[in-house]
Design a protein around this ligand. Sequence first.
Ligand code: DX5
Ligand code: ZN
Length: 232
Amino acid sequence: MSTPNYLIAPSILSANFAKLGEEISNVIASGADWIHFDVMDNHYVPNLTIGPLVCEAIRPVTQAVIDVHLMVKPVDRIIPDFAKAGADVITFHPEGSEHIDRSLSLIRESGCKAGLVFNPGTSLDFMDHVMDKIDVVLLMSVNPGFGGQKFIPQTLVKLADARRRIDAYTAISGREIRLEVDGGVNAGNIAAIAKAGADTFVAGSAVFGAAQESDPHRYDSVIRSLRTALAA
Ligand code: DX5
Ligand code: ZN
């Protein structure tokens, strides 16, 4: 296998919302790849965050991919709104959709890349019959709803299983699917997570919690430490 193209996706859930535009510019200037955008509805998960208006507001701030993670139920009504607001990737939980195939098609017809998100207790079998409509598989390594939780170690076993399924599909289709992980990722565990098969890493508190002494608004050192751990 060739060297994986690792992507780091800071979750703005842990950013300073009073300075969101600056936080996004700074984290990208510090070397991050994607902006992970956590949408919670106080229904599918017990927390309430940000919606399409905020996505639209940050769109002009960066060229980086905006990776919208929908923790909402139902999902279909809100998908076109995020596409119009400038999302590049939209992922959702199978539990949030009555018709997974339809929701994936809706995302792709709206011009975005589509993905399925698997909670720690959710079976990977949900991806089996829709591989041709998936661009991203996202494994939750915490239960969704809050930043700053501890990485669930069993995710490593599940990542290896997801990697096998994705590689088998890529071998027959020639189409790449990203394997993303979300929750409790930091410089201490990212190497093991990559070894288990992930290529895209969401990190919220680990990135935005790491204020730099030299410049508290830059995240160069934490992004560098994540990349150094990945290179090892
Ligand atoms: C949890 C969210 C995550 C979260 C990650 O429901 O989906 O994206 O913000 O935050 P950390 O990295 O702090 O676990
Ligand atoms: Zn997320």
